[in-house]
Design a protein. Structure first.
Length: 349
């Protein structure tokens, strides 16, 4: 979000009693060419852009005219729970560069700026999206549609992943394809519409969760972000890369806290003597989230063009005592691998 603290939002707000000159001054001070108009209850009632002011003055308004004469009372806004991909979609569809975030009382609590979503400072890192799986657990949905192109809230899963990576400054993305790969390639193209460059790694045979890494170019110098192509997540890619670099890990595994509740009382005994009874215990685990950061040198450990589980790479690194990290995801994360998970992602549960 462009501005997270209310204190930082003050320069984007003027009163509905303000003048055109006040609006000009506010826009000049915030350098964003936009200002939001609030009423006496601090509710957003209008939006004024630099262009609105110019048009108003050309039509004969004066500097002391009220802002109500130039503000747009109808404007696009989102709530705090709308993700980056959906905001980008709104901006692209409506050709706008700014979307305010309003709470349930129409009060401004944040601002999304296009240049911060897709114009983030470019990172040197590349990303690889694993999109070659058959999606057998989601059949019949995947009989004619590869799993990464299944839509969640009107948008294919892989598009969400791409836009999420781009919003963190990753501009070069590889996609591994196999099953119905031509459909993935046709949809994603060269990445231009997403603000990035996309190339494809064609798996001549199924290479598992890690084998496609062997197809990457050899001249990569910076850590590689690897993501499964069936994830709905708001993971902070920047924080993940920062941890990996700061700790100087060879590889980092992103994990998600996961609870398992046993729906029965669990009994322990010693020679038929009851020693403990715990009713419906809950066990807490950290599970592999299908998101990784790998230094380029570890890719050489992966056999060329052979099926290879990426978990085996981490086992190899551990056995050779290479420094390997864990990053705990605090944001939303769903692995859309089963019908139950897909229904949850689509808000049907």
């Amino acid at each position: 979000m462009g501005s997270k603290q209310n204190k930082n939002l003050e320069k984007f707000i003027i009163s509905d009693q303000s003048t055109v000159f006040d609006a000009m001054k506010a826009i000049n001070n915030n350098w964003r060419e936009i200002v939001f108009v609030i009423n006496s209850k601090n509710k957003i009632v209008g939006v004024i852009t630099d262009g609105d002011i110019r048009r108003g003055l050309l039509e004969g308004l004066k500097f002391d005219s009220k802002v109500s004469e130039i503000m747009a009372k109808s404007f696009i806004s989102v709530g705090p729970d709308v993700d980056r991909a959906a905001v980008l979609d709104l901006m692209k569809a409506n050709l706008i560069g700014c979307v305010p975030v309003l709470d349930k009382n129409s009060k401004l609590i944040g601002i999304h700026f296009l240049q911060e979503l897709i114009g983030a400072t470019p990172r040197p890192n590349i990303a690889l999206i694993m999109a070659g799986g058959k999606g057998t657990r989601l059949r019949p949905l995947t009989e004619d549609c590869p799993k990464p192109l299944i839509k969640v809230a009107g948008r294919p899963i892989i598009e969400r992943i791409i836009l999420h990576l781009v919003s963190y400054g990753i501009k070069k993305i590889y996609i591994s394809i196999n099953y119905l790969g031509s459909k993935v390639r046709e949809y994603c193209g060269n990445g231009e519409v997403f603000g990035c460059e996309i190339e494809y790694l064609k798996e001549k045979r199924y290479l598992g969760t890690g084998g496609a890494l062997s197809l990457l170019p050899k001249n990569i110098k910076d850590p590689i972000v690897v993501m499964n192509g069936d994830l709905i997540t708001q993971i902070d890619i920047g924080s993940l890369l920062d941890l990996h670099n700061k700790k100087k890990f060879k590889a980092t595994l992103a994990v998600k806290p996961y609870q398992v509740e046993i729906p029965f009382g669990v009994v322990k005994n010693n020679k038929n003597k009851l020693t403990s009874l715990q009713e419906k215990p809950i066990n807490n685990y950290l599970v592999n989230a299908g998101i990784y950061v790998l230094n380029p040198e570890v890719i050489s450990l992966i056999p060329k063009n052979k099926e290879y589980p990426i978990t085996l790479l981490f086992e190899t690194l551990l056995k050779s005592k290479k420094k390997t990290g864990v990053y705990i995801i605090e944001e939303d994360w769903i692995d859309v691998g089963r019908h139950k998970d897909l229904r949850e992602a689509q808000g049907e549960n």
